[in-house]
Design a protein around this ligand. Structure first.
Ligand code: G6P
Length: 594
């Protein structure tokens, strides 16, 4: 949530920051802002407003040279999206400019205890930080003032700070929220994510929590809160972000849905040697030695985790629990004797997961992260990590990361199973079957026009189909804003059936032989009450009037396939309503606040 970029060097700060913010826009896009130092006029200017980075670009003055600046793209936490609440924020006497990603939990206390005389111009928690730094700067050096402020802040922050009295320096610091230092030949960048550094820096340093950085020219000092030098690791940037264009596709989401067969094939090439699964020995050992797996995730990744539980329990016989990260962090259940914590996260940055990771690591438990971003915080900080190789996912609504996560979970579960299936063959079959759905997307679009006509919609299914329903309804609500839920088909009659009216759309997912009849009776129950029903089924269990019939795949892998028409249903429902598909309202792709 929120992306920050700061630059100091000899290149054009404005270009580096604006292009960085454009790449970080997936983190939040309700407002954007930039502060720049004009090298010739020797003045500082702030441009900021509600709206996207493209709007910021249109209101920024490009006519002067600037080699120092900080920028921000916002996902509002405190205060509505408007110009006053947009970053950068300034201190009371405008000496300090800051941009912030994170949430300061004790900002109200700090305001009422230390800043009673100060006048504030925004509703943000961030402004308090700027005021504190300025307050302390009257009594001590700027670096000390920032570190003293850090020592008072409770919560999460990644900050880039400019002192308008010294344009030769850029400051940054962080706790919990991600922040990287990009080292280039012509300057140094601080940014929330590697994507903002690519093209400008060859190396980067992932900053540790509670560290402070003072950058001047090409020189930097990394210190802890008391001013002691912190050891750091310089890493080479070896990620490929060439694949971040939409190409021939109208939206990233459509591109990413269409990439799913090739993602599954990539995973096969990465994790198979012939018919044999290649698993990192330590990962395999950690899985084998644990008596219970605890999957911790959020959103789509949690829905993939629920499918993962079925895979671990049914294929490998390992008891598995799935938990919402934000709940687990502060309400931990009784644990087994030898738990292994599996964090599933597309971005590898989700703050709710990191809160759990820090907590369970401190207790000495082993941790494994499954992620799409090998350079992410969760990948770095867990004991082990497994990459899903989905390639950059840009649309906020996750599609290919979900299927990639399930494919990886299947590989892990298979690695521990008695290998009763030919996994490589089964996954290849899934890839072909997904292609068959992609080929029929125009037909699905006609169904959407016919069925998705109301403000609400239900997905129903049983067993593993129920988990596919949860993800299907999440996709639909995220981008089309249709009020929708996924229900265990049998549970509907215990309350929610009261909501069924004439023509309420109910979509059933039916792929499991042993329970397909039960779901069908539940479907009849809603039909008898006026629902307009649409069935997504697989060949082995289909009936002649089912609208979408998919190929048969290994039953436990059916969510890899049944989700594809549901992704298209969400896509076309949003398209026909004219919504911004890749950047839906109120959401962000990387959720770095708890
Ligand atoms: C946000 C995104 C979702 C994503 C969830 C978890 O809510 O909008 O698409 O599923 O975060 O993110 P993660 O990166 O941890 O998978």
């Amino acid at each position: 949530m929120c992306g920050i970029v700061g630059y100091i060097g000899t290149e054009d700060a404005r270009e580096i920051i604006i292009s960085g913010l454009t790449r970080l826009e997936y983190r939040g896009y309700d407002s954007a802002g930039i502060a720049l130092y004009g090298s010739e006029s020797k003045t500082f200017n702030i441009y900021k407003d509600k709206g996207r980075v493209a709007h910021l670009e249109s209101i920024t003055d490009f006519s002067y040279k600037s080699c120092l600046g900080i920028g921000h793209t916002r996902w509002a936490t405190h205060g509505v999206p408007n110009q006053a609440n947009s970053h950068p924020h300034t201190s009371e006497e405008s000496r300090f400019f800051i941009v912030h990603n994170g949430v300061i939990d004790n900002y109200k206390e700090l305001k009422s205890e230390l800043l009673t005389e100060n006048k504030f111009y925004s509703d943000t928690d961030t402004e308090v930080i700027a005021h504190l730094i300025e307050k302390f700067s009257f009594e001590m050096n700027v670096d000390e003032a920032i570190r003293k402020t850090m020592s008072l802040l409770e919560g999460s922050y990644a900050l880039a700070i400019i002192d308008t009295k010294d344009e030769s320096k850029l400051y940054a610091c962080k706790n919990k929220s991600p922040l990287l230092l990009g080292i280039g030949d012509k300057g140094i960048i601080v940014a929330s994510d590697l994507m903002a550094l690519v093209g400008y820096s060859k190396e980067y340093i992932p900053l540790k929590d509670k560290t402070f950085v003072e950058i001047s020219g090409n020189d930097y000092k990394i210190l802890d809160i008391i001013g002691k030098v912190v050891k750091h690791e310089v890493k080479v940037i070896d990620v490929d972000y060439t694949n971040i264009e939409k190409g021939e596709y109208a939206h990233f989401m459509l591109k990413e849905i269409s990439e799913q067969p090739s993602v599954i094939r990539t995973i096969i090439t990465k994790y198979f040697d012939g018919e044999e699964v290649i698993l990192n020995g330590k990962v395999k050992e950690a899985l084998e030695e644990s008596d219970r797996l605890y999957i911790i995730a959020a959103g789509t990744s949690m829905n993939a985790g629920s499918v993962g539980r079925e895979l671990f329990e049914k294929m490998a016989g390992i008891p598995t629990e799935v938990h919402i990260a934000s709940e687990f962090a502060y309400n931990m259940p009784l644990l087994s004797k030898k738990p292994l914590f599996i964090f599933i996260s597309q971005s590898g940055e989700t703050a709710d997961l990191r809160a759990v990771l820090v907590n369970v690591k401190a207790k000495g438990y082993r941790t494994l992260t499954i992620t799409n971003v090998k350079t992410s915080t969760l990948a770095r900080e867990a004991d082990y990590f497994v990459e899903i190789h989905a390639g950059p996912e840009i649309a906020v609504a996750s599609t290919k990361a979900y299927t990639a996560q399930i494919a990886i979970l299947a590989i892990l579960a298979y690695g521990l199973s008695d290998k009763h299936i030919n996994l490589r063959k089964e996954l290849s079959k899934v890839a072909i079957s997904i292609e068959n759905v992609i080929d029929r997307r125009e037909y699905i679009e006609t169904l959407v026009k016919e069925y998705l006509t109301k403000r609400n919609c239900f997905y129903i299914g049983r067993g593993i189909d129920y988990y596919a329903c949860l993800e299907s309804s999440l996709k639909l609500k995220e981008i089309s804003y249709i009020q929708t839920e996924g229900f265990a088909a049998g549970e509907l009659k215990h309350g929610t059936i009261a909501l069924i009216e004439e023509d309420t759309p109910v979509i059933a997912i039916i792929s499991q032989r042993d329970i397909s009849k039960n779901t069908r009776s539940n479907l009849n129950e809603v039909k008898s009450r006026g629902a307009k029903t649409l069935v997504i089924s697989t060949k082995g269990v289909h009936e002649h009037d089912d609208q979408i019939v998919l190929d048969d795949v290994y039953e436990l892998f059916s969510p890899l396939l049944t989700i594809i028409p549901a992704q298209f249903i969400a896509y076309y429902a949003a398209l026909h309503r004219g919504y911004d598909i890749d950047k839906p309202r109120n959401l962000a792709k990387s959720v770095t606040v708890e």
